[in-house]
Design a protein around this ligand. Structure first.
Ligand SMILES: *Cc1c(COP(=O)(O)O)cnc(C)c1O
Length: 387
């Protein structure tokens, strides 16, 4: 049986063969604990982690000491938000974030509300972008943190990070950004963008799952962070746990490849997306969600009015692997909170498809997918009209 074409690169990506090759020695002969500084086994993994940490730090214009390895962006977001809340609660208990953030940002914020923190969930404009004036107005004397994602995982919208960073810096409020979707795809510079904390993950850029990092600024200002995992004191006490050398080495390799080929790779993804979008407009009703240009090259999120979302997913399933505009939380499904924040009705949100185009997709695949989506939507429409 042939598997469907994979167009779900915002959910995860396959491990690049070159990344796997870089990782393998650290599963086999070089298996030491990087904290075992008394012998060769520890030295070789310690030095591998050191090189990877330097490469990752360099790629965002940070220093190696500012990188804290985590299990991924979920943990990095939790460490940033809860760690700042715990370290700064005496200065204030107010946090600002966006309604369209990933649940790994929203849920820690909801949790902090249960501890007495106040959280402002800023709405976004129809195109998914933050309103900078609204952000500035929301800042208060007791605001300790602004957390706004770099690029959205559903609609791909890229926020004006540098302008947000500048506003936060002017008001002396710490700025955290979840860059899980942005890292490796757009240039990121923690200095020029005034970023104080940044969450990263490897598995959206062809690294392995289970590894990520939190960038934590050490100068101008020095950010304090209360650890959320206590134990052996790894990562300068900020995140205990034995470092996962193969994943860390693979993360650095994945990032190196992504950045070395950033311009050409993003241009290729953009061309495939444009091709897909052009084809989908053969349908008389199709809506693009999110800003048309201020978005990730590989992202296309569209709604098909007057179509049942679950019927559409069933029809698409055999040919293409994509995500829909519904979020499954346990047994219940709910319309995507990102799409409803843009003003979409629940019906329209359900009838939405997120296409995530990546490194290994081809123009032939895009043609096949476009043909199938168009045929499926037309067939579902004629069915609803009949009965
Ligand atoms: C994937 C993703 C996460 C979660 O990252 P993990 O490494 O899987 O924990 C968080 N935020 C955004 C924006 C994401 O796309």
């Amino acid at each position: 049986m042939q598997k469907p074409i994979y167009l779900d690169c915002h959910a995860t990506t396959p491990v690049d063969e070159r990344v796997l090759e870089a990782m393998l020695p650290y599963f086999r002969e070089a298996f030491g604990n990087p904290a075992s500084v008394g012998h060769l086994y520890g030295w070789e993994t310690e030095s591998a982690v050191k090189l990877a940490r330097e490469a990752i730090a360099n790629s965002i214009n940070a220093t190696p000491e500012e990188i804290v390895f985590t299990s991924g962006a979920t943990e990095a977001n939790n460490l940033a938000i809860k760690g700042i809340a715990e370290a700064y609660h005496q200065s204030g208990r107010h946090i600002i974030t966006l309604q369209t953030e990933h649940s790994a940002v929203l849920d820690p914020c909801v949790y902090l509300q249960s501890l007495g923190f106040e959280v402002t969930y800023l709405p976004v404009q129809k195109d998914g972008l933050v309103n900078l004036e609204a952000l500035e107005k929301a800042l208060r004397e007791d605001t300790i943190l602004v957390s706004i994602m770099t690029a959205n995982n559903e609609i791909g919208v890229i926020q004006p990070i540098q302008a947000i960073g500048q506003i936060c810096r002017d008001h002396q409020v710490l700025f955290h950004t979840d860059a899980a979707q942005a890292i490796g795809k757009i240039p990121l510079d923690v200095e020029s963008m005034h970023i104080d904390l940044m969450s990263l993950t490897a598995h959206k850029i062809y690294g392995a799952k289970g590894i990520g990092a939190l960038y934590v600024r050490r100068r101008n200002p020095r950010v304090n962070l209360a650890p959320q995992l206590h134990g052996g004191g790894q990562e300068r006490g900020r995140r205990s746990g034995t470092l996962y050398t193969p994943q860390i080495v693979g993360f650095a390799k994945a990032l190196e490849i992504a950045i070395a080929n950033q311009a050409t790779e993003q241009q290729a993804a953009l061309q495939l997306r444009e091709q897909l979008w052009q084809r989908l407009q053969e349908l008389d009703q199709v809506i693009l969600n999110g800003h048309s240009t201020q978005r990730l090259a590989g992202n296309l999120n569209v709604s098909f009015p007057n179509i049942k979302g679950n019927a559409l997913m069933l029809a698409l399933n055999p040919v293409v692997a994509v995500s829909s505009g519904s979020a499954c939380s346990s047994a219940k499904t709910a319309p995507s909170h990102v799409l409803t924040a843009l003003g979409l009705s629940p019906e329209l949100a359900y009838a939405s498809v997120r296409f995530g185009i990546g490194r290994f997709n081809t123009i032939e695949q895009i043609k096949t997918v476009a043909d199938h989506v168009i045929a499926s939507v037309r067939s579902l429409k004629s069915k609803t009209q009949q009965g």
